[in-house]
Design a binder for this molecule. Structure first.
Ligand SMILES: Cc1cc2nc3c(=O)[nH]c(=O)nc-3n(C[C@H](O)[C@H](O)[C@H](O)COP(=O)(O)OP(=O)(O)OC[C@H]3O[C@@H](n4cnc5c(N)ncnc54)[C@H](O)[C@@H]3O)c2cc1C
Length: 572
């Protein structure tokens, strides 16, 4: 009450310095139309994503529209400016593996109200951030279109994180990552002002630079920054085909058209530069028919040769999972039964009988490769799969062609669901994504993979692990299961990651292809990009968010101490 009186009598400095959660709650309730909550159960859910971290927020706000988002940002900015220790983090579905949406401040949650697909037009969709991908796709498919960069978490994730993480997935090999499809973003900037970031011709950029507003300041600073440092930025443009690490300074100016588009920078920035409230995304018409060549690989040494021969045939997807995944999936079939519905799972079990026989005679393959071709007719798709098999004929491999999507479904289920199955079925151990998303050039597999396996072997007493990934892009997902209540296991997370990243960086790779930096990888950005590039990231953050209001410690300023402090330390 005393505090409220101070606010009402406008003794604001004292008020904000002594601001309590209740004060903040009533200030936000007075400012926004959506709900504000400090319900303990809700906050406990929001204290987690799918990373190995936990951060307990103070409050959650559910904005009704962009105006509400603007009011939230203004209110929190005011409090922060006057000395209150408060910040915010945007949240869509909360499936992030890096700790991206976790905060000790205020969660701005989009799935409650801002969950509408506003328009699907000729080759594009306009959406709000709280739309789940599964609902988004239902709408786009009504027009025969999809966003082909959808992640493997397509049934759980929402558009907010798909854009803010620069998500990619099984079709990224052929179609690229989300950034390619982001045309325009309506955003709320850190002073609460609203604008649209989209491709600007040089004359339009000059007009924007004249604005005496935060937006104008952003355009002036970013244009100067990328012009002055063009050579440095170009030298650090990722050399692999997927990347979500750092700020995508190399993507702002389109070298072909000369346009300047800050929406490309916001994509992948994990809600650290601006909050997006509406997106215009381009879409593609998917090919109708698919056929898959399955390769049961026992000798990893041949993998680079396989990739070299297969990629020129342009598969739509080139995915893999390892012997650990395969063995665990078979063990966890009863869990699959209840999660998938009996009939579908029974079919899956029956369908694996030929593979089980093959394994009984030849052993579990080290890697199972899924090479899928998509075409307008099934005959053409089959022909492509057969030509891929022919291209590998002299390598003496065990292969199988699945002639349509019904037949290949079982492999996709294991590939897509493996992480989820582990998460839900292995008790007492946590999934610990800390080396979950690096990318290396496929040409280096012969040297890289033995070194990677030797490192994993060295630490194997601390975890159970599986390797799955987008082998065509060189993007590997290793998500160990660990007992995080043990300090020596938690130490492994800090010891092993830099050793693996050293190998990855030496080969010209990146620490994250699609899962992004978050709490777990931000401290590795200097190792990946070098101090000069990191200084440009700092400058970018500084101009967009001078008060460090948006998701502090992600992308810029994150430390190893953050990783240590916020790691889950209990048995699940
Ligand atoms: C089983 C499993 C498989 C996965 N597979 C993939 C995969 O194949 N590819 C892939 O890319 N990822 C994958 N992920 C990670 C994750 O699901 C994706 O990155 C997804 O896009 C995150 O979406 P979300 O809605 O859950 O985002 P959230 O977790 O809610 O948020 C992610 C980040 O986006 C920010 N954000 C959210 N909304 C906004 C907004 N409106 N404005 C600004 N910032 C915002 C948050 O602050 C946070 O930093 C996987 C995760 C799981 C659990």
């Amino acid at each position: 009450m005393y505090k409220r009186e101070m606010r009402e009598t406008r003794d604001l400095t004292v008020y904000y310095e002594h601001m309590t959660t209740d004060d903040l709650k009533s200030a936000l309730m007075g400012a926004v139309r959506g709900e504000v909550s400090d319900d303990a159960e809700t906050l406990a859910v929001l204290s987690r994503d799918t990373s190995l971290f936990t951060r307990m927020p103070e409050l959650v706000v559910y904005p009704e529209d962009a105006e509400d988002v603007s009011r939230i940002v203004k209110e929190i900015g005011r409090a922060r400016g006057a000395g209150a220790d408060v910040s915010l983090a945007a949240r869509a579905a909360g499936t992030d593996m890096s700790g991206g949406p976790l905060t000790t401040g205020v969660v701005v949650s989009f799935t409650q109200h801002m969950n509408h697909v506003l328009e699907v037009g000729d080759g594009y969709a306009i959406t709000e951030p709280g739309v789940f991908y599964r609902d988004f796709e239902k709408k786009t498919l009504e027009k025969g279109l999809i966003l082909p960069s959808y992640p493997a978490s397509r049934e759980m994730a929402a558009m907010g994180g798909i854009v803010a993480n620069n998500a990619g997935g099984e079709r990224t090999l052929e179609y690229g990552q989300t950034e390619k499809y982001v045309e325009e973003l309506d955003v709320v900037l850190s002073d609460g002002s609203q604008t649209t970031f989209k491709a600007l011709a040089p004359a339009e950029l000059e007009e924007k630079k004249k604005l005496q507003t935060l937006e104008g300041e952003i355009y002036r600073t970013m244009d100067a920054l990328i012009t002055k440092n063009a050579a440095l930025i170009e030298a650090h443009r990722p050399k692999v085909s997927k990347n979500s690490a750092g700020y995508a300074l190399w993507s702002i100016r389109n070298p072909k058209t000369g346009t300047f588009n800050l929406a490309k920078l916001i994509c992948g920035s994990q809600g650290t530069l601006a909050l997006w409230t509406k997106a215009k995304l381009s879409l593609v018409k998917p090919k109708e028919h698919r056929a898959m060549l399955v390769v049961f690989l026992h000798d990893l040494a041949i993998l680079p040769e396989i990739v070299k021969r297969v990629l020129p045939l342009h598969p739509e997807s080139f995915e893999s999972f390892d012997d650990h995944t395969f063995t665990l999936a078979v063990k966890l079939i009863p869990g699959m039964l209840s999660q998938m519905g009996f009939l579908r799972a029974a079919k899956l079990g029956i369908d694996f009988i030929p593979e089980a026989a093959m394994i009984a005679t030849g052993g579990v393959p080290k890697l199972l490769l899924m090479v899928e071709f998509a075409e307008d007719t099934i005959e053409e798709a089959d022909r492509k799969a057969i030509s891929a098999r022919d291209a590998l004929a002299d390598l003496n491999l065990k292969t199988k062609i699945e002639k349509d999507e019904r037949e290949s479904e079982k492999y996709w289920i294991v590939r897509r669901e493996s992480f989820n199955l582990l998460r839900k079925n292995v008790h007492g151990l946590h999934t610990a994504p800390f080396i979950d998303d690096f990318v290396v050039p496929p040409a280096c597999y012969a040297e890289f993979l033995p070194k990677l396996n030797a490192l994993l072997d060295e630490y194997k007493s601390h975890f159970i692990y599986t390797v799955a990934g987008h082998v065509g892009n060189g993007n590997f997902h290793i998500i160990p299961l660990m007992d995080l209540s043990k300090a020596d296991n938690r130490q492994v997370i800090l010891d092993l990651a830099p050793k693996i990243y050293e190998l990855v960086i030496k080969e010209g790779g990146t620490t994250t292809g699609e899962h992004n930096d978050g709490i777990i990888r931000t401290p590795y950005l200097p190792m990946l990009f070098g101090e000069k590039m990191v200084a440009l990231f700092d400058k970018t953050k500084q101009v967009f968010d001078p008060q460090n209001l948006f998701n502090p410690g992600k992308k810029v300023g994150g430390t190893f101490a953050d990783i240590k402090r916020d790691m889950i330390k209990t048995i699940s």
